[in-house]
Design a protein. Structure first.
Length: 656
């Protein structure tokens, strides 16, 4: 069930729901999403938490404004750079990949760190930024650290990073601060940046001493287990989860957890503990600073653990302006505000109607999210941390199954979720479903993983078992629907084999925009933001025009899809079209093989058989090229036909 979107949408319209996931973080988060929350009690508790933290930590997140002279104004972000000792001369080297920390998009000028003295300078042109205002050194945008190599500015020796014999994570140096001055914002143009002064360094030193004197209760001491993603951390010297945070973050998180643990109401305590697990994404030393948006990027802005050279530490309290409006991101007030809005939405769902740039909320009468409401008929909600192959479901009892299966090796869910889980488990204990395990990882997790020796066979057999189990639980003709995309053909072969093994037929493969086009982990790549929605049934009908026997027929079908997406405002990229092609080829291969499929064969044999039939239908790259060629014709895209009528034409249907 992952993050639980299908369950929440089904619950919202009155369905009884059963959610299953092998990952305990999934089970916990989805339970928290659906469970009713008394917002009055929640706000009393969060107000108390914030008041306590402001009293305990407020001075650690303040600075003095060098522009106007105002003291003790709130910091938004502390910027740190990794430091390496030169293996030749032993002197410290800042591993700057670049000296630009702010572009002139949301700030009037470019902000550039002087490579010589560290002063922050503002420049109109990146290509010719001029000289440093403090030392007259020529400003540079490009830094010395690239592709694992960095030349020492003191002796010229080229150092490798991370060092091969690294035992602990590299240290960091605070080099810049973005702050907010509520007293001067109305007269100030742009953002507020400064180089740290002695007082700023003393504030951090004070936090460090407090942390070292504190007897930690809730900071996890678990080791980071080996894995495809976590081995990236090992290469940088991270062996324990607490090493991914600096002393000020550890102090603040420990004090937060202590306050949460004292909340008497279980439901409210669990909600705010969940908030802490969300906050962790922004309160660690793997977060980066977005030089265009001028904000912190959370650790999972990409689906992995890439270790950057410049880190962003956000104000854990959060920042507001004089009107109380939230400024910046990554703090407690941001998380609490987001969670409160989500729970208000649960009580009164709405849709958004857009008219140009204007957006209007349309309340949806009669809908709500949760297991009960006063005066309403209770709804069945069952959330389980288990394998979907093991959960007991009465045969023929389900009206529909919806899932978002793991995209083979694209995301290592268990490895990533341990980052939050080891903290949450410290607060919640081991009584929650699945929390008796020290890690969220499970041998039954359906992801390709070289470290765990889980390959395509494991993925195929696991999907087959899940789909087969769900097929038996479905009513005849009821849908099993899931979304999928991948850039490898054989990952689609596994999906096709699983559908065939279950005895289902793929009745539709529908392209649907899923990932946000601006998502940072795919920005600037050829990755697709379009998923294929596969709809599978044991019996039913499908339009005859969706069947094809040649590449030319497939191209015509895809042009219809492209037109539909274009009319909705999404012009498919090459990556999108490739995923659409692979989706249709998978569906049609299932159709071709369904009558004589032998599910008892070994996975390798079934995958090879599916591949042969798949490739016999069409060469996917040739089809992609032809679709791109035809969709590039401006006349075709400017005279779109009524796509809706094509999909409504169901008269010539084929039964299965």
């Amino acid at each position: 069930m992952g993050g639980g979107t299908p369950l929440i949408e089904a619950n919202r319209i009155g369905c009884d729901v059963l959610g299953v996931d092998v990952n305990p973080m999934s089970a916990w988060v989805v339970s928290e999403e659906i469970a009713h929350l008394d917002l009055g009690l929640y706000r009393v508790a969060t107000d108390s938490l914030l008041a306590h933290l402001r009293e305990e930590l407020g001075t650690h997140y303040q600075t003095d404004c060098p522009i106007y002279g105002d003291r003790n104004v709130p910091v938004k972000s502390f910027l740190w750079v990794k430091v390496l000792d030169c293996e030749n001369c032993g002197r410290a080297i800042d591993l700057f990949p670049g000296y630009l920390i702010a572009q002139n998009k949301r700030h009037p000028l470019h902000v550039i760190v002087c490579s010589s003295c560290g002063t922050l300078n503002e420049a109109e042109e990146r290509s010719n930024p001029g000289e440093c205002s403090a030392c007259n050194e020529t400003l540079r945008v490009e830094g010395p650290a690239h592709r694992g190599k960095c030349e020492c500015k003191h002796c010229g020796h080229v150092n490798a990073y991370p060092p091969k014999d690294v035992q602990t994570p590299l240290r960091h140096r605070l080099f810049a601060i973005e702050y907010f001055n509520p007293h001067r914002k109305s007269i100030h143009r742009g953002r507020f940046f400064k180089s740290p002064d002695d007082k700023d360094l003393a504030r951090y030193e004070s936090a460090r001493k407090r942390w070292e004197e504190l007897n930690s209760i809730f900071v996890p001491d678990e080791p980071i287990l080996p894995g495809d993603e976590t081995d990236r951390l090992h290469r940088w010297g991270y062996e324990f989860y607490h090493q991914m945070f600096n002393c000020r973050q550890l102090l603040a998180l420990e004090l937060s957890a202590r306050q949460i643990s004292e909340i008497d109401d279980d439901r409210v305590r669990h909600a705010i503990a969940t908030n802490l697990s969300d906050l962790l994404r922004y309160q660690n030393m793997l977060c980066r600073y977005d030089t265009m948006a001028l904000k912190s990027l959370d650790i999972f802005s990409v689906h992995g653990f890439p270790v950057g050279l410049v880190q962003c530490e956000s104000n854990i309290l959060g920042t507001t302006n004089n009107e109380g409006k939230i400024v910046g991101s990554g703090g407690w007030i941001n998380i609490i505000d987001k969670y409160s809005k989500a729970k208000i939405y649960c009580d009164a769902p709405f849709e958004v109607q857009r008219n140009g740039k204007k957006a209007k909320r349309i309340p949806i009468a009669g809908e709500w999210i949760g297991e009960f409401r006063e005066g309403k008929q209770p709804r069945g909600v069952s959330i389980k941390c288990a394998s979907s192959t093991d959960v007991e479901i009465e045969e023929g009892s389900l009206d529909a199954v919806f899932t978002d299966p793991p995209y083979f090796g694209n995301v290592q869910y268990g490895e990533l979720m341990d980052f939050c889980y080891v903290w949450l488990r410290k607060i919640i204990g081991d009584k929650a479903d699945g929390f008796d395990r020290p890690s969220t990882r499970d041998a039954q997790e359906l992801t390709g993983n070289a470290t765990a020796e889980r390959g395509l066979d494991h993925f195929t057999n696991g999907l087959s078992a899940v789909f087969g189990h769900m097929k038996r639980a479905l009513r005849p003709g009821a849908p099993l629907a899931f979304t999928y995309h991948h850039n490898r053909n054989d990952a689609y072969y596994a999906v096709g084999v699983a559908i065939l093994d279950s005895g289902l037929v793929c009745s539709a493969s529908l392209p649907c925009p899923a990932e946000m086009s601006g998502s940072i982990h795919i920005h600037g790549t050829s990755s697709s933001i379009v998923d294929t929605v596969f709809v599978c049934r044991s019996t039913g009908t499908k339009p005859r025009r969706w069947l094809f026997d040649s590449a030319a027929e497939l191209v015509q079908l895809l042009l219809t899809d492209v037109e539909a997406l274009a009319k909705s405002g999404r012009m498919p990229t090459k990556g999108d079209i490739r995923c659409m092609v692979l989706g249709h080829l998978t569906r049609m291969t299932v159709w071709k093989l369904r009558a004589e499929w032998e599910s008892n064969l070994e996975a390798k044999v079934k995958l090879a058989r599916f591949e042969q039939a798949f490739l016999a239908l069409a060469n996917s790259e040739d089809v992609v090229g032809e679709v791109l060629k035809q969709t590039s014709e401006t006349a075709r895209l400017t005279s779109l036909s009524d796509v809706g009528t094509r999909f409504e034409d169901q008269i010539d249907a084929v039964s299965f």
